[in-house]
Design a protein around this ligand. Structure first.
Ligand code: URA
Length: 208
């Protein structure tokens, strides 16, 4: 399993603007859209290609196209939706699934309330998207469910990760590659990433 931190200057610049608490909702959403396109470029770097015959205006040649079945993107609700559109801009023919989880405040365990994914996941490369890999509890649970549905080639795309979340994902799902714009210092007492950017869902949807 690999952990890729995308240190491209455009990604880092946009992430810094997103961390700024004075960045308003509309700007935050726009930045998330843009940064998701750049991260999508990185998470798809290893896709396989095959040669196809193509006639240019001058000659016939063999040139690469993506091989295999179309990708499946899976958004982990609700914050995953903020990344989904940017990724879809780059991979418009991807299939899309959704996993909804909430945290039971007594047990602190993630509880599934929604699960709808393409029915042929075993044949597709899956990219699960969720901006914040914090404790890793919900992300790991979402990957558990995707594997139960037959997925066996999964990448996890996030914007920010905490070391604790990376470790948790690595031990639960050592086969899942992680792509992120940054790994921050740590979690605080209530599971927020420090220095972080706050609650990604609230910031993108303006709910607080
Ligand atoms: N989820 C968020 O939205 N922000 C964090 O810092 C951690 C989890």
């Amino acid at each position: 399993m690999t952990v890729t931190v995308v240190d491209h200057p455009l990604v880092q610049h946009k992430l810094t603007l997103m961390r700024d608490k004075t960045t308003p909702t509309n700007q935050f959403r726009k930045l998330l859209h843009e940064i998701s396109q750049l991260l999508a470029y990185e998470v798809t770097r290893g896709l396989e290609t095959e040669l196809r015959a193509v006639e240019t205006p001058l000659v016939t040649t063999h040139a690469p196209v993506l091989a295999g079945k179309k990708l499946a993107l899976v958004s982990i609700l609700r914050a995953g939706n903020g990344m989904l559109d940017g990724v879809l801009d780059l991979i418009p023919s991807a299939r899309v699934g959704f996993v909804g989880l909430y945290r039971n405040e007594e047990t602190l365990e993630p509880v599934q309330y929604y699960f709808k994914v393409p029915d042929d996941l075993p044949n597709r490369r899956v990219i699960a998207v969720d901006p914040m890999l914090a404790t890793g509890n919900s992300s790991v649970a979402a990957i558990d469910m995707l594997k139960q549905a037959g997925a066996d080639k999964i990448d996890f795309l996030c914007l920010l990760a905490a070391p604790e979340g990376v470790e948790r994902m690595q031990s639960a799902h050592p086969d899942v590659n992680i792509v992120t714009a940054a790994i921050d210092a740590r979690l605080n007492d209530v599971g927020y990433i420090l220095p972080g950017l706050g609650d990604a869902g609230d910031r993108m949807f303006g709910t607080k």
